[in-house]
Design a protein around this ligand. Structure first.
Ligand code: C2E
Ligand code: MG
Ligand code: MG
Ligand code: MG
Length: 280
């Protein structure tokens, strides 16, 4: 009886699992050619200064337009890129696109303009010269390290072996700034804030989504902002979608906001138009 059930289950799941494995294999194969075939685009999302309401920075977010499958979310393909090691090439390309955007934005808003790029833990592994390559690229454009913010997640610092933390320090020594992405969702340990020189905390959108005048999420955001300022860090709230959320965040002293209320991530040319309007 058990054998029969087992066999039934076996024959039910196999085609599905096979199809999933095949889809994955295909995506991995296509990912390998995507850069060369110009299927990636970097979109930029404004980060707004909550006191002046002006665009102050941008976050670079990669997009993949697959010729048959259509738009594929980075949440889906970045893990595959990490597995295959393609993340290095892709990450360097996103960085270069970001540096080029900075170059175009500086005449509009000044030398302090920054673009932040996401960097996954895998990008810190197996590469020793990455910070030098990046710095060479920046100086080739007449830019300096402080025009780039590297976004990492808490997990990187908590599980950091000394190799990874050394590499992060190389980026810092080159003048690049560091932001903790999705802050508050990872671990409860805060000791890494003392150990590493961090510049920004990005409050995860799950805390911003249900912000109201009396809820616990407001208390959490306020506590994060207070702590951050005492440690001389700036705070960026992610996922700001309503004016009510924006106003509450400004009220508790949050420095910057990012979210659909201000703009969705947009192509570079469109970002430039938003920036010109904001700076006017
Ligand atoms: P993330 O770095 O936390 O990026 C924020 C995500 O929130 C983005 O999703 C953005 O489009 C989305 N978002 C922004 N404002 C709002 C809002 O108001 N409401 C809602 N519901 N969502 C908002 P996206 O672009 O799909 O990226 C997902 C994740 O993929 C990123 O999360 C990041 O971890 C990763 N990722 C994206 N681009 C890159 C990249 O170039 N390199 C690496 N390593 N990871 C990347
Ligand atoms: Mg990010
Ligand atoms: Mg985030
Ligand atoms: Mg600092």
């Amino acid at each position: 009886e058990a054998k029969k059930n087992g066999r039934n289950r076996f024959s039910f799941f196999t085609p599905m699992m096979q199809a999933m494995a095949q889809a994955r294999m295909r995506m991995m194969r296509d990912l390998r050619n995507a850069l060369g075939l110009n299927q990636f685009t970097v979109y930029f999302q404004p980060i707004v200064d909550l006191s002046s309401q002006r665009i102050h920075k941008a976050e670079a977010l990669i997009r993949w337009q697959h010729p048959e499958l259509g738009f594929i979310s980075p949440a889906e393909f970045i893990p595959l890129a990490e597995e295959t090691g393609l993340i290095h090439e892709i990450g360097d390309w996103v960085f270069q696109q970001s540096a080029q955007l900075v170059k175009q934005c500086i005449p509009i808003v000044g030398d302090d303009f920054q673009v932040s790029v996401n960097k996954s833990p895998v990008q810190f592994r197996d590469r020793t010269q990455a910070h030098q390559d990046w710095m060479e690229y920046l100086s080739g454009l007449g830019l300096s390290g402080h025009n780039i913010v590297v976004e990492i997640t808490e997990g990187l610092l908590l599980n950091a072996d000394s190799g990874i933390s050394d590499k992060l320090l190389h980026f810092r020594d080159a003048g690049m700034q560091v932001a903790i992405d999705d802050f508050g969702t990872g671990y409860s340990s805060l000791s890494y804030l003392k150990k590493f020189d961090i510049d920004y905390l990005k409050i995860d959108q799950s805390f911003v989504r249900n912000l109201s005048g009396e809820g616990e999420d407001l208390a959490l955001c306020e506590a994060i902002a207070t702590m951050a300022h005492k440690l001389d860090l700036r705070v960026i709230a992610e996922g700001v979608e309503t004016t009510a959320q924006r106003d509450l965040l400004a009220q508790i002293g949050c420095d910057y906001g990012q979210g659909y209320l201000f703009s969705r991530p947009v192509p570079a040319e469109e970002f430039m138009q938003l920036l010109e309007r904001s700076a006017a």
